[in-house]
Design a protein around this ligand. Structure first.
Ligand code: O2Y
Ligand code: MN
Length: 642
């Protein structure tokens, strides 16, 4: 392979570097002092300026003045539009071809294929990450990157995932030609010039390069002032190099590279190398009426209500929930063996439809100011609107849908006012129930890990794993009905092991072994692992569990288990609540429907899960997972048929 595009560490480059610096003199520095940046950063920028050929360079400092300047520019251009009913809230509509993460164009590239993906069974298409060889990736990038920022400003965004300077945090720099990305990264991460000092002290940073793929003059019609290049979209991860290169999409997870690309895929690999965990999990604290607080981390597949659970309003009196994070948890065992977690993000990038004052009043209150809403509808009174808000607004409110159609709320019918994957992006600190320790550099102590999914049949509302290994197997067996990616539209049940299927940055077999290995470290205080399913249906298709704020009842049970209360009994698939041990006062539920174990379903399910894991992970599947599956199957076989 010729020198790969991303490789800036050769001797000749060092010489060129000295030429590039003066050469930057010809490229106006729109803002910031390039020459005062740390040397490695100058190298990184200089290298990419040479390839991308931007018109000017803008070094971000994260200040409010900077945001105002960029917002004014985007308003002038028509990309952003103020929602006048609120303070500093903006709406943005994308090209309708650029509305979600694109899993099929997302790749992991390492010299060794099996560092990125498992040995899938021959003839099977792997769904736990896509590998591309460095040679092919380099070719793909050579076709896309050179000159792709011609005529555009290249923003340099220094950001920290996690509180700046925390031992649990990591630094990144994103080069992007999208000012929408700059504004969103300001909300979702900590963007500040302090980062340069952290890099001077520690040197390490994750390199993120993003372009919408529309050099000027653009050869096609730009829709909604949203430049993008969907036919050529490519989101590439180079975990060995701690690098992400994204091209063609300006949307969400494809372009806000601190989020899924860095905080899950690259950080996942860093965590593997360094002995910690980067997970698709919310972190919340729960305080019982006696004033005892515990923190839990919970993994749910995309679009399964993680944000709602993280901000739950407990239905039981005297309980309090506070949120630390709604999507990603970085967790590490401290010197006392306690698992401590941080939310590496600084904002919420939540799915708008379905969010309302009933399902998530705290999210609704969080997004009343300083937020950016993408692909939602706008009311003529300058308000935001999306599906799920119908009962909370005037039915005569005239809307402009995300596609520009005009209708009132009551005329809407089946038409979509907002895109199903439309998003709000708002600062976490504005959440009325943000935990006072949400930015604690030490992280918060995690007492319980929860896995859950949205699937109609079979699995009980709540159960506890027999032990750590069994819990890892339960996580690996996770399935769900929903996803936020562009490719999946129907309500098919998909495997989403550990809720990480779209976010794996390295071989899933090694990932499972990494989890299992924690059990062998005697000094660690391993949290209990639970499985929940809020969405169980009965034979009539009715939910057997009320969900939302009532989920506190299952959480109460789990936390009492963490305190060692004798309220669980073994079943073939895990420890279930002893009858009567779940607080069901005041709600109408049928214990049997919540906890019955349909033998045939469970046997079929375990067989199918084993097949899936064997096909997808092949020889990389840890023996212990197979062992756990076999033991579970044997236990189920001994059940009497119901
Ligand atoms: O569609 C996107 O680009 C965003 S996906 C997303 C955003 C916030 C939190 N989680 C997700 C996800 O897909 O899990
Ligand atoms: Mn997510």
């Amino acid at each position: 392979m010729a020198m790969p595009l991303w490789n800036e560490h050769d001797e000749s480059y060092k010489e060129i570097h000295e030429i590039i610096v003066p050469h930057l003199g010809h490229i106006p520095i729109g803002k910031g002092d390039f020459h005062r940046l740390p040397r490695d950063v100058r190298h990184f920028i200089g290298h990419w300026v040479d390839i991308l050929n931007p018109r000017t360079i803008y070094i971000c400092d994260g200040s409010d003045d900077e945001a105002h300047e960029i917002i004014s520019k985007l308003e002038e251009r028509g990309t952003l539009h103020k929602l006048r009913k609120y303070e500093n809230n903006y709406i943005c509509r994308t090209d309708p071809k650029d509305v979600a993460r694109v899993e099929s164009k997302t790749y992991i590239s390492t010299e060794d294929q099996y560092m990125s993906v498992p040995h899938v069974k021959e003839g099977t298409k792997g769904i736990l990450g896509q590998w591309e060889s460095p040679e092919v990736l380099n070719k793909d990038l050579e076709e896309r990157m050179p000159g792709c920022m011609t005529g555009r400003t290249m923003y340099v965004i220094p950001f920290s995932m996690g509180p700046v300077g925390s031992p649990l945090s990591k630094i990144g720099i994103e080069l992007t030609d999208s000012s929408y990305v700059v504004l969103s990264m300001r909300i979702m991460t900590r963007v500040t010039s302090e980062i340069w000092n952290v890099i001077r002290d520690h040197h390490e940073f994750v390199k993120c390069v993003h372009s919408v793929g529309c050099p000027r003059p653009v050869k096609w019609k730009v829709i909604n002032h949203w430049p993008c290049n969907p036919e050529k979209t490519l989101i590439a991860h180079l975990p060995d190099k701690r690098m992400v290169i994204s091209y063609g999409s300006g949307y969400g997870g494809n372009s806000l590279l601190g989020k899924k690309c860095f905080a899950l895929r690259i950080a996942g690999r860093i965590a593997y190398d360094e002995g910690w965990m980067a997970e698709h999990m919310l972190i919340m604290s729960v305080t019982n009426p006696q004033g005892v607080e515990k923190f839990i981390a919970a993994a749910f597949p995309s679009a399964c209500g993680k944000t709602n659970m993280a901000m739950l309003e407990p239905s039981l009196p005297g309980w309090k929930v506070q949120v630390v994070g709604d999507d990603i948890a970085w967790m590490r065992f401290d010197k006392n063996g306690v698992l401590r977690g941080i939310n590496p993000e600084r904002g919420f990038f939540g799915v708008a439809p379905g969010t309302n004052y009933k399902t998530n009043p705290n999210a609704m209150k969080t997004l009343l100011r300083n937020s950016i809403m993408t692909n939602i509808a706008e009311g003529d009174d300058g308000s935001f609107f999306w599906e799920g808000m119908e009962k909370e607004v005037d039915p005569d409110l005239m809307l402009t849908s995300w596609l520009g159609e005009r209708f009132t709320v009551k005329e809407k019918g089946d038409r979509k006012a907002a895109h199903p994957n439309s998003r709000f992006c708002c600062p976490a600190e504005q959440c009325p129930i943000i935990h006072p320790k949400w930015e604690d550099p030490e992280g918060v102590p995690i007492s319980a890990l929860i896995f859950g999914g949205r699937r109609p049949e079979g699995i009980p509302v709540v159960m506890e794993s027999f032990d750590w290994k069994h819990g890892v197997m339960l996580g690996a067996s996770l399935k769900s009905e929903a996803t936020a990616a562009a490719e999946f539209k129907g309500k098919v049940i998909m495997h989403d092991p550990m809720a990480m299927r779209p976010f794996m940055g390295y071989n899933f077999g090694k990932y499972l072994q990494h989890w299992l290995d924690f059990e062998d470290k005697p000094d660690l205080k391993l949290p209990k692992i639970f499985h929940v399913k809020w969405f169980r249906l009965d034979e009539q298709g009715k939910f057997v569990w009320p969900g939302f704020g009532e989920n506190i009842r299952a959480i109460d049970w789990m936390l009492r288990r963490c305190d060692g209360e004798d309220i669980a009994e073994p079943s073939p698939i895990g420890l279930l609540p002893k009858k009567g041990s779940l607080n069901l006062d005041g709600i109408n539920t049928d214990w049997n429907k919540m906890f019955n174990l349909p033998k045939d379903y469970l046997l079929g399910d375990i067989e199918e899960t084993r097949k899936f894991l064997q096909e997808q992970t092949g020889t990389d599947l840890p023996k212990e997972i197979l062992n756990q599956l076999s033991k579970q199957e044997e236990r189920i076989k001994t059940m009497s048929t119901k």
